[in-house]
Design a protein around this ligand. Structure first.
Ligand SMILES: C[S@@+](CC[C@H](N)C(=O)[O-])C[C@H]1O[C@@H](n2cnc3c(N)ncnc32)[C@H](O)[C@@H]1O
Length: 277
């Protein structure tokens, strides 16, 4: 049951697509209703249909940004999918540390970081398994997301009990978090390894300038885009990567081949990509 007319739903799909590239299709009305109902309530409006009508009749950049933010899916967890982290630990990071032994510098980009579990999993992996490099090399982990609320959450480095119960080994919880009221806060040695900011994958000028990236993790976000958008994003990422770098996608995003810009590799159950030229 939706409170939106077909043309209101269509208008909403257009603004979400324009601002984030996220494709909403017919049949997703229920999702829109559940995501936008809280905003309609706070605005003192009777329904999501009324909220969309307000966006049509008196456009407000702030309200529009809030609506687009609410339509992002922020599902994530520490060490999501497990096996990519084993491949990172046993193959990718050791290879990068050998290849960069002279510059002692690593640039890592977690594009679409959501509330931060992914970049902080990476920071903990480095501290646990590569302590010397983690403490003495120049390692930058740049975490970005479109959603302002997720950027704030990632910066805060605070997680609920439910969040730390998902995927985080108890030993790492004890070593790298402190209890702070009802939440868990990451310690400063993990926090300081991650720099977080807003970036929209379809606005190249908003993307971080990192001067040659060694590892890109862009996981579980391309699924929301259409094929030309995915291709454009991957091409722009390719242009920012070093020739001997690595690209990791989400498990459900690796089945189709990428453009000839990237070669597909597999180690155990993990599929990853490397630039071809
Ligand atoms: C499902 S989460 C993935 C989080 C994490 N990478 C993981 O795999 O667990 C998808 C994230 O992509 C972000 N996102 C959606 N559209 C985006 C865009 N155009 N630019 C940057 N981030 C975007 C959302 O805000 C959301 O936090």
């Amino acid at each position: 049951m939706t409170t939106m007319t077909a043309s209101q739903f269509d208008f909403l799909c257009k603004i979400v697509r324009t601002d984030s590239a996220i494709v909403l299709e017919s049949g997703k009305e229920y999702l829109v209703e559940s995501r936008l109902a809280p905003i309609a309530r706070v605005q003192g409006l009777g329904s999501v249909g009324d909220l969309v009508q307000r966006l049509v009749s008196s456009p407000s950049a702030q309200l529009r940004a809030q609506v687009v933010d609410a339509m992002t899916t922020n599902e994530t967890s520490f060490f999501r999918d497990v096996h990519p982290w084993q491949t990172l630990r046993e193959h990718i990071l050791p290879d990068l540390f050998t290849a960069r032994a002279v510059s002692r510098r690593l640039n890592i980009w977690c594009a679409a970081c959501s509330s931060g579990q992914e970049p902080y999993s990476l920071a903990m992996t480095l501290l646990e398994h590569f302590p010397e490099q983690a403490r003495t090399w120049n390692i930058k982990i740049m975490a970005t997301d479109l959603s302002p609320s997720m950027v704030e959450r990632c910066k805060s480095a605070r997680f609920t009990q439910l969040e730390v119960n998902r995927g985080l080994p108890a030993a790492l919880l004890m070593r790298y978090f402190v209890k702070d009221g009802a939440e868990w806060r990451l310690t400063d040695d993990v926090r300081r390894m991650v720099e977080t900011r807003a970036a929209n994958l379809v606005v190249p000028s908003s993307l971080p300038q990192m001067g040659g990236i060694d590892l890109v993790m862009i996981r579980n976000v391309l699924i929301y885009f259409d094929d030309p958008t995915k291709a454009g994003i991957l091409s722009s990422i390719h242009g920012r990567m070093k020739p001997d770098s690595y690209l990791m996608l989400g498990s459900s995003e690796v089945s189709t081949g990428l453009s000839s810009d990237f070669a597909r590799h597999q180690t155990g159950k993990t599929i990853y990509f490397r630039p071809t030229a």
